[in-house]
Design a protein. Structure first.
Length: 362
């Protein structure tokens, strides 16, 4: 049963310099887009009671509480459903946040990136550090008890000390979840086309990451996935769906979904999506081996690693026997470590995880 939904809201008032996501400054198309979203949901959603529902972007906070309610009305949820939306801090005020809480949204993810106002301007964020702090306080006042902050490290002119100060401030704000992403120069982003000489190199990024793990785990946060940290019981249940290789619906422009063993991707322009929201841009039926490889890739993103008994049962294999040479190789290099359930990355292994995982592809 498919019990999770991702909805892409592709509108942004301006583009951040690191961003290569599918987003557009075309707010005049919002009404038409919501109509097309409604059509796609009605055509494909089978009425399951959802475990998780996630609004991502773009900037979902361009939607009013009434527009969120319009979309939520398409789904069957319970008081146990985790309903998350990403928000830009500059879109948040107490009245708006109360409106979101009143319609059932119970988890919010704020794009902070850094508390350094100078860097925020350099990366073309519209908000200030003060607005992030205010957004967190107003979210608490509105009744939210599950608040996440996103950060990027490796930003222009950023030092390790500046990054750790950001994280200390986040902890002091009393948020329940923190996500950390190393800056990558993605094709299509401003930074990719205008390469800066002021970016920390890969070694410094790696040091920042290792230091962040020590700082956050020392502050009571659990490092439960490569990029994610939470207080006990506040992990992102929606993202766990992905890492457990479970199926989910993806609705909206450029959204990806996974249902009935088929991965699909939607059209990547608003106009083409509005024209026919029920036609996928791409679909791929996964083979048995591809499903196994995805189970391995996604499972290793979790800090507890993979459960080999579960994999053996699900795919009819002997994991240790099948991958004996690879496991021995990376255990000797101290990149993988055996656990009571299977295998997981060491801290050093996380830094080169793509190299290790590539060996599992047949």
């Amino acid at each position: 049963m498919t019990a999770s939904v991702y909805i892409h809201i592709p509108f942004c008032k301006s583009k951040c310099h690191y961003c290569s996501f599918v987003s557009f400054n075309k707010l005049d198309l919002k009404k038409q887009y919501l109509t097309s979203l409604s059509q796609e949901i009605k055509q494909n959603y089978k009425g399951e009671t959802l475990k998780t529902l996630y609004f991502g972007g773009g900037t979902p906070s361009v939607l009013s509480a009434e527009e969120f309610q319009f979309l939520l009305n398409h789904f069957k949820v319970s008081d146990k459903t985790e309903i998350t939306t990403e928000l830009n801090p500059d879109d948040c005020n107490l009245e708006y946040l109360k409106g979101l809480k009143d319609i059932g949204i119970n988890r919010i993810s704020l794009g902070c990136q850094t508390f350094d106002d100078k860097i925020l301007k350099q990366i073309n964020r519209r908000h200030s550090a003060k607005q992030v702090i205010q957004a967190v306080e107003e979210a608490k006042a509105a009744g939210f008890q599950n608040i996440s902050l996103d950060f990027i490290y490796g930003l222009p002119e950023q030092t390790s000390e500046m990054f750790y100060n950001d994280l200390k401030q986040a902890v002091s704000l009393g948020v329940q979840h923190i996500s950390l992403y190393g800056l990558k120069l993605e094709e299509g982003s401003y930074f990719y086309n205008h390469k800066s000489e002021n970016l920390p190199d890969d070694d410094l990024q790696a040091d920042m990451y290792i230091g962040a793990i020590e700082l956050l785990t020392g502050s009571g946060f659990e490092h439960y996935e490569v990029s994610n940290f939470s207080l006990p019981d506040f992990y992102s249940r929606h993202n766990i769906t992905y890492w457990n290789n479970e199926e989910y619906y993806g609705f909206g422009v450029a959204a990806h979904g996974y249902t009935n063993g088929i991965r699909y991707g939607n059209k990547i322009t608003i106009e083409s999506y509005i024209e026919n929201p029920n036609e996928h841009l791409e679909t791929k039926t996964l083979s048995h081996q591809e499903k196994l490889e995805e189970e391995i890739f996604l499972g290793f993103r979790k800090m507890k690693g993979i459960d080999i008994n579960q994999i053996n049962s699900k795919y009819g294999i002997n994991f240790v026997e099948k991958y004996e040479k690879i496991l021995n190789k990376y255990e000797k290099l101290n990149l993988l470590i055996k656990t009571s359930e299977g295998y997981k990355f060491t801290p050093e292994g996380i830094l080169v995880s793509n190299v290790v995982l590539a060996d599992f592809i047949e």
